[in-house]
Design a protein around this ligand. Sequence first.
Ligand code: SAH
Length: 370
Amino acid sequence: MTAGSEANPLALKIKDRIRREGPIPVSEYMRICLGDPEHGYYRTRIAIGAGGDFTTSPEISQTFGELIGIWTAVAWRAMGAPAQVNLVELGPGRGTMMADMLRAGRIVPGFLGAARVHLVESSPILRDVQRQTLAKSAEQVPIIWHETFAVEFAGDQPTILLANEFLDALPVCQLVFTRGEWRRRCVGLDTNGEFAFVPGEAVVPERLPTDRAPREGDIFEFHPDFPRIADLLQQLAAKPLAALFIDYGHIASAFGDTLQAVRQHRYASVLEHPGEADLTAHVDFETFRRHCVERKLAVDGPITQAQFLLNLGLAERSQKLMSTARPEEIGLIEAGVQRIADPFGMGGRFKVICVRSPNVPALPPFPPTS
Ligand code: SAH
């Protein structure tokens, strides 16, 4: 590859390992690139926002977190307004969504007094940013940080869980169909000692897309962490639970390579600059949904982010915001709202799915029966 990649310490480290142990599965490559304690992408930088590599809906418009805050308060009411409720956020980024949620939640009497916020964040750098963003909120609501998602911290209280762009950051396994069989897709080295995709051991997939037969070179992806996440949701559901996952992905399982690298707001090569680019994979909502349904959880959606936001009152909220904004801010507010709700852009690409205890009623804007 390029001479530049030689100066990349994580590239050298991964190449060393491949020389010693042979090719590593794509999921392992992704896990190292994002999570290596010394050089991992999320460990070393503040990636999110205009100055980072990519931006997210809560960073684009405050209406996003505000509407999710209202949704959360509605969920709390639907649970019977319990005296204590855990607000768990997985992968809170800069803490912007939670700050906007809590500000909006103030209008619902009793809600903030009941809330205990739990932020699940693996990056020490982002935890610091979240502490700063949420300094004011922390005067009103207890906020606790956790490095990994577990059920213990929820105690016996009901939980409302939010996750925007969390599932896409989890390592994805890839299988490649070649010469009539499925092989694990791995990262190895070519004859020049540069990273290259290579087929690994043969595997028999548990389940495949049903729309057509596989063809030579087809790639099939699955997230090995999804069953564990569904297990944790199932345990929380006993208390009970309402959870919202927002991410980009496809509604039906399909063949295809969705692993992508983004660096400085541009697509980059997955194998170049390990640890310096964000790596994500699309969420297969059909599979995620199935894992939840198999565990007797109720699932609503997925619906598009545009449907979700507009039906929760995005237009009204943004009108209100613009009516009190300074003239020079109005255009920016409008542009942000349009961007997160554009059905041909983020509003269509992103989907929203609600996972809840069967005894919690379906929550707006999802239809009453699922
Ligand atoms: N929700 C935020 C950030 C999305 S980026 C937003 O919308 O702006 C993904 C977030 O998940 C980052 O905060 C990242 O550090 C965190 N993350 C990624 N993998 C994680 C893991 N395994 N455990 C906990 N947090 C993780």
